[in-house]
Design a protein around this ligand. Structure first.
Ligand code: 5CA
Ligand code: ZN
Length: 419
């Protein structure tokens, strides 16, 4: 599927350090270990039934910082992201609003692309719609049935066969994966999140309450595809397993998304991967914090949304939106306050005035003190708040901008001050 247009990312003198990043699975900082100078990233994409809100934006900006820092460290980066363009909430919204589900997904994906362009997010090389890989997902499910870690559950109401579930206890016996390997959650926490986040612990006929759906057999009035496991559509976790593996190989350098995906989504995705390839989905797991608004997690289902597209169409500067979001640490939970944007706009104005005073570029200009500060902050678990303070201090102290400084703000923080 078409990705979106790339922002201009100036190249900077020398290479920055390879970053250390917090890893959910080991609860420790892990320094990226590139393989042959390359790093791969899988980030869970949107379910396109409503516009990009600041929570989504914050998650994609966190991973955008990682991509920018990796590139600055001289790594060749391959980035893949999905869209969950067929799923229960999308189908429910389409039915409720009388819109065709495909049209809804297409329009919201387009809006997402334009939001990402406004926020200067570096696009993934592989932007993959689940509806484009249904056959591959079915084949993976067939393989799991063959290897004995997936089973059919009798499905009244479907004339097209039975749903297929993943056998978590079987996978624990047969592979190096076990429940909690990625999430580190205890059993009650897993049970709670499984029920809250799309799982069906009480489904009759399952071997274990935590067994996740791999394949949903066709129902009347639901989209379905003919496949090697019968007509139906993919379960949620297996889609990300298959897309990541297709584009990045067995084990991505980093996989992630928002912290609401720690369990069951990523636990089960890596369980599926381990059953399929013998290897986990990722060497490291990265999870961004949740953005709240009006006291609660910003979410499409609650409707407490501040949308990027609405801010932009109201004439607000998307660079200020990016600055306002990245003034928070990527892993912390935080609440959007309506004043945040005005504060960021004021900061952007100060920075722009500073950048416009830039002198002519000296030939072969080397690194600058500000570039070194930005690189050090971002290599330390993508500390964008510290990087922003470094620019603030520089500007407030009246230190003149060099061309390299302005390029560094554009390349590393994604804020183009030359506009
Ligand atoms: N399609 C699935 C992933 S395969 C999905 O979770 N879609 S989503 O549209 O609900 O979320 C898209 C991304 O934004 C996910 O990485 C999710 O973790 C993140 N996200 C959702 N809400 C918030 C929020 N309030 N704050 C920060 N990140 C969020
Ligand atoms: Zn996902």
């Amino acid at each position: 599927m078409r990705s979106w247009n790339a922002p201009t990312v100036p190249s900077l003198p020398g290479d920055g350090p390879v970053p250390a990043l917090w890893d959910t699975a080991t609860a420790s900082f892990v320094t990226t270990r590139p393989v042959d100078g390359a790093a791969t990233l899988y980030v869970c994409g949107i379910t396109p039934y409503d516009a990009t809100h600041l929570g989504h934006a914050s998650t994609y900006l966190a991973f955008d910082s990682l991509v920018r820092v990796w590139r600055d460290a001289g790594l060749r980066v391959t980035y893949a992201q999905n869209t969950t363009d067929v799923d229960d909430p999308l189908l429910e919204r389409a039915t409720a609003t009388g819109v065709d589900w495909r049209a809804l997904a297409a329009s919201q994906t387009d809006l997402f692309r334009s939001d990402m362009e406004h926020l200067a997010v570096v696009p993934p090389e592989h932007y993959v719609a689940v509806t484009d890989v249904v056959g591959d997902v079915a084949d993976a499910v067939a393989g799991l049935i063959d290897s004995g870690v997936a089973y059919r559950v009798e499905t009244p109401g479907s004339e097209a066969g039975d749903d297929v579930y993943f056998d978590v206890r079987g996978a624990e016996r047969d592979t190096s994966w076990h429940l909690g390997l990625e999430s580190r959650y205890d059993a009650p926490t897993m049970a709670r999140f499984f029920a809250e986040r799309g799982g069906d612990p009480d489904r009759a006929g399952k071997r274990d309450p935590l067994d996740p759906l791999l394949w949903r057999a066709a129902r009347a009035d639901e989209p379905s595809w003919p496949s090697s496991v019968g007509p139906g559509r993919p379960g949620w976790h297996i889609e990300c397993t298959v897309i990541a593996e297709q584009h990045l190989g067995a084990t991505a350098t980093v996989a992630g998304g928002g912290s609401d995906l720690v369990f069951p989504h990523h636990e089960m995705s890596t369980a599926h991967a381990t059953s399929i390839t013998g290897e986990p989905s990722a060497r490291q797991w990265a999870h961004s914090g949740m953005v709240a608004y009006q006291g609660e997690k910003m979410s499409k289902s609650l409707g407490n949304l501040v949308k990027v597209s609405e801010l932009v169409s109201a004439g607000r500067d998307a660079r200020a939106v990016r600055l306002a979001i990245t003034a928070h640490h990527w892993r912390s939970d935080w609440e959007w306050l309506d004043d945040d944007l005005a504060d960021a706009e004021a900061r952007l104005e100060r920075w722009t005035a500073w950048a416009h005073g830039v002198g002519p570029q000296e030939a072969g200009a080397g690194t600058t003190p500000l570039l070194a500060l930005l690189r050090a902050a971002l290599a330390d678990d993508l500390d964008t708040p510290r990087a922003i303070r470094a620019v603030d201090d520089h500007v407030a102290a009246g230190r003149p901008a060099t061309a390299v400084d302005v390029d560094a703000v554009a390349a590393l923080l994604g804020i183009d001050l030359r506009r």
